[in-house]
Every structure is written in structure tokens, then in C-alpha cells.
Write a protein that binds this ligand. Structure first.
Ligand code: HEC
Length: 186
């Protein structure tokens, strides 16, 4: 048995590499399966250059099981691949518009002159999701303050729930959003 394992240095190298990566990002070992799920369910190609591997995987798990897609990808599903409709092909997210926003929600209840539309949260030309720094993103998730007008609260966006996520979870979400394809605003 010992010989069998010792003869496969690739396995040891992979184990040590993964352990080092987990340690580096502070992600606990029990989140390992979430990280792997995250990579399995990510619907788009991820650019990992300069990113934290464990945080991106955890962020994918959180984003792709938490409904960001429902509001921030519009329409949600690729043509003919909507799991809610009968007689469709296997479900497939509308990757061409993944997290590019644009879903209309009608007038703002507080200021009806404002039409509430989900935001494009893909990385901008500097690689920042929705053009936000990590601390701006955390502030928004904690408070619901509109980054364009700090006197206004974001509507529809479920920040009153998301703010209870741990900072590690929110940082992972941000890291994942940095890794998804950029879709410039139309
Ligand atoms: C129920 C719909 C809904 C869900 C679910 C949702 N959002 Fe939003 N989000 C919105 C809407 C609508 C806005 C714009 C609100 C406004 O302008 O009043 C918004 C705004 C944002 C913004 C602000 C962008 C900017 O620059 O103004 C960020 C960042 C964001 N959402 C991230 C997320 C993430 C990450 C998730 C998943 C964890 C998520 N949202 C889930 C509807 C949603």
C-alpha cells in the first residue's frame, strides 16, 4: 500500500499544493467540497490569472446557488433551455449575458422617477466587478447603499439578507465576480 502511494508523486504534489492554497486563502478544509462544486457548476470560463483559486471556487458555489443569476442575467436561460418550461432542451444559463444586468423591475417605490434595473456586475476594463473596489463591494453588501448615490438604498437587491453572510463569503463572491467574463455595458 505504502509503496503504491509513494510511487505516485503526482498525488502528493497535488495534495500539498491544495493544502498550501487552502492555507494561503484562509478557507477551511471543510469548504473544500463547496470549492469543487463551485468549479463544477460555474457556467462560464473563469480567468484565474492573479486570483485566489480557493476563493474563486467558493465564490462560484455561493453565487451560482444564491440567485444572483435570477436578477443579474437577463434573460436567465439560453433560448430553448429553460427548466421551467415543458419540452425544453437540458437547462442552460444564458452565458452570453451572464451577470450583465438589465432586468427591469419598474419604478423605485421611494422615488418613482427612478426605474430600477439590475446592474451589470461583470468586471469593468480594470477587472473590477461593477467597477467597484473590494471595500466598496463589501460596504454595499453590508449597507445596501447605492454606490452612485450613498443617500439612496438599492431596491430589490437582497442586501438585507446578504449582509449576514460572513466577510469571507462576501470576499469569495467578489473574487469570483472578478474571474467571470467582462461584458461591457451596451
Ligand atoms: C431579486 C433580484 C436580485 C438578486 C437575487 C441579486 N441582485 Fe444584485 N441588484 C439587483 C438590482 C435590481 C440592483 C440595482 C438596484 C437599484 O439600482 O436600486 C442590484 C444591484 C447590485 C449591485 C450594485 C451594482 C452597482 O454598481 O450599482 C451589486 C454589486 C449586486 N447587485 C450584486 C449582487 C450579487 C453578488 C448577488 C448574488 C449574491 C445579487 N446581486 C443578487 C437585484 C438583485
Amino acid at each position: 500500500m505504502e509503496k503504491h502511494i509513494a510511487a505516485r508523486p503526482g498525488i502528493w504534489l497535488a495534495a500539498v499544493t491544495v493544502a498550501t492554497m487552502l492555507q494561503a486563502s484562509g478557507v477551511q478544509a471543510q469548504e473544500f467540497s463547496q470549492i469543487l462544486s463551485g468549479y463544477a457548476i460555474a457556467p462560464v470560463h473563469l480567468n484565474l490569472k492573479g486570483k485566489d483559486w480557493a476563493l474563486v471556487g467558493l465564490g462560484s458555489y455561493l453565487v451560482n446557488t444564491t440567485g444572483c443569476n435570477d436578477c443579474h442575467t437577463w434573460p436567465n436561460w439560453a433560448d430553448g433551455h429553460n427548466p421551467y418550461l415543458p419540452g425544453q432542451q437540458p437547462e442552460q444559463i444564458n452565458t452570453a449575458a451572464y451577470m450583465a444586468g438589465g432586468r427591469p423591475f419598474g419604478a423605485d417605490a421611494v422615488n418613482p422617477k427612478i426605474q430600477v434595473v439590475s446592474a451589470n456586475i461583470t468586471p469593468d476594463k480594470n477587472g473590477m466587478p461593477a467597477g467597484l473596489t473590494r471595500s466598496q463591494f463589501l460596504h454595499l453588501m453590508h449597507t445596501g447603499d447605492d454606490p452612485d448615490d450613498p443617500t439612496r438604498k438599492l431596491k430589490i437587491m437582497p442586501w438585507p439578507l446578504y449582509r449576514w453572510k460572513t466577510d469571507l463569503d462576501l470576499i469569495a463572491i467578489y473574487e469570483y465576480l472578478r474571474a467571470i467574463p467582462s461584458i461591457p455595458a451596451n
